[in-house]
Design a protein around this ligand. Structure first.
Ligand code: GTP
Ligand code: MG
Length: 206
């Protein structure tokens, strides 16, 4: 597993507190409770790495994790390869002020972060493409930031339903001119984990 051995670096309340903007990083974004932190843990094979919670809006920080030396990205010093867990978005019980803060901060991060190589967009397979997800996809398209979408919690659907959800999503992408790779995923069942690891590595190598 190329993402094995990820380590917590820091949690930031604003982008100025993130690690130096050099090397390569991939960010995990998605609505509150979609399963971002669980996906990070599954991909890095480290259960307690990112805090997960039944309560939506748990991650109210940008959390940076570094990947160890074996995860060499061509030409980059190994210490400068990171994964970033972005705060969940769209949960009404998070105070408005906080939501506004993160809206601005995520927007600034996506626009300004030079080491950002790509976005992993985490979407609950039962609730595909809400407003926030569309915003993220449109942003990626506009700035030509590569995006890989994980339709997660696939264990909540039958295999047939999950395959259908992916096919519907791909049709929507084609119809709306959106560009992202997408796959079925489940942190709890381990579905699609290897495929997602390869996708993250591909993003890091951009
Ligand atoms: P915030 O940080 O609050 O925005 O949430 P998050 O997107 O990081 O979600 P998190 O990983 O904390 O997961 C939210 C809830 O969904 C937890 O109760 C998880 O156990 C559950 N969950 C996450 N992934 C899966 C999955 O693949 N299948 C199932 N059944 N549950 C999942
Ligand atoms: Mg989280």
């Amino acid at each position: 597993n190329p993402l094995q051995g990820a380590q917590f670096v820091l949690a930031a309340h604003r982008i100025s507190q993130l690690p130096a903007d050099q090397g390569a990083e991939v960010a995990f974004a998605g609505r509150s409770n979609a399963g971002k932190s669980s996906a990070l843990n599954a991909l890095t094979n480290h259960k307690g790495l990112a805090r997960t919670s039944k309560t939506p809006g748990r991650t109210q920080q940008m959390v940076a994790f570094s990947l160890p030396p074996p995860t060499q990205v061509d030409g980059q010093p190994p210490a400068d390869v990171r994964l970033i867990d972005l705060p969940g978005y769209g949960y009404a019980k998070v105070p408005l002020e906080m939501r506004e803060h993160w809206k601005l901060e995520i927007d600034a991060y996506l626009h300004q972060r030079r080491s950002l190589r790509g976005l992993v967009l985490i979407v609950d397979i039962r609730h595909p493409l809400k407003e926030f997800d569309r915003l993220m996809l449109e942003f990626c398209f506009a700035t030509q930031l590569p995006c890989h979408l994980l339709l997660t919690k696939a264990d909540k659907l039958s295999r047939g339903q999950a395959t259908q959800a992916l096919a519907t999503l791909r049709k929507q992408f084609a119809a709306e001119g959106l560009h992202a790779t997408a796959q079925i995923f489940s942190s709890s069942a381990g579905t699609g984990v290897e495929e997602a690891r390869q996708a993250v590595m591909t993003l890091l190598r951009q």
